[in-house]
Design a protein around this ligand. Structure first.
Ligand code: UGY
Ligand code: MN
Length: 244
């Protein structure tokens, strides 16, 4: 039986100055006092140049976490199991919650749950929006650039009070982004299903479910879906705020 390549020093993870691909065989699971009971793989963080963080949480035991730090907004997407909000809302797989800074709301999760968590310094414009939660299925799917093989579901309101969008994009096999995007906004991304090829800067990466990506400002980016089923990814982006 050949040894897995990861045990021989190989990984698909590739961390560069302006973008990063983070693949499961190189995840480092840690515990943090901010997340009692949880194990976290912090995949994207300001230490790599990002202005947001993306962490995967797994819960070997029940989790009860305090609110995010001062000035920090949090978006939680349930991947498996159940999470609980202080108002009694239960998040099942593909349910989500937005927690603005200062809302005072922590988060609990059952043993066996898995969550994706984005955090970022919230840039207020007028009153800070209230906490909200919902389910992905209730967010309408819209074609992008008139191509109904590529669909986006937006989980947060487009209201200018929100400084971030968090979306799920799905691609039928063979579908792709219509052009190489370059924009000053950053992305954190988690592949949910399927796979394909992601162009980041001048590199093309094979990607599959479980992979995460950071795209820094202005990174040329493109995705084409491969395989026999749809490819889907969870993606965040700073939004509604200019560069200056
Ligand atoms: O919204 C976006 O910028 C999105 N289309 N980018 C991406 O999928 N890489
Ligand atoms: Mn983009």
């Amino acid at each position: 039986m050949p040894a897995p390549l990861s045990s021989l020093g190989a990984t698909r993870s590739d961390i560069r100055a302006r973008h990063a691909l983070l693949t499961p065989e190189s995840h480092e699971w840690i515990r943090l006092p901010d997340w009692p009971g949880a194990e976290l793989a912090v995949l994207v963080s300001p230490d790599m140049g990002a202005r947001l963080s993306l962490s995967l949480l797994r819960c070997p035991e029940p989790v009860a976490a305090p609110p995010a730090g001062a000035g920090i907004a949090r978006f939680v997407f349930c991947l498996e199991g159940r999470a609980h909000l202080p108002d009694g809302t239960v998040l099942m797989p593909e349910d989500f919650a937005f927690q603005p800074p200062g809302c005072g709301a922590g988060l609990a999760a059952d043993a066996g749950s898995r969550l994706a968590v984005f955090e970022w310094p919230f840039a207020a414009r007028g009153p800070v929006p209230a906490a909200l939660s919902g389910r992905l299925d209730d967010c309408p799917g819209r074609p992008i650039h008139g191509d109904d093989w590529v669909e986006v579901r937006k989980m947060l309101p487009e209201d200018p009070a929100f400084d971030f969008e968090v979306n799920v994009m799905s691609f039928r096999p063979g579908a792709s982004l219509p052009y190489v995007e370059t924009h000053f906004m950053e992305h954190g991304l988690l592949m949910l299903d399927g796979g394909g090829v992601y162009r980041l800067d001048d590199r093309w990466y094979p990607v599959q479910a479980g992979d995460a990506i950071w795209m820094g400002p202005h990174v040329p980016q493109w995705f084409g879906a491969l395989g026999r089923g749809p490819a889907r990814y969870l993606i965040c982006k700073n939004f509604n705020r200019g560069p200056m």
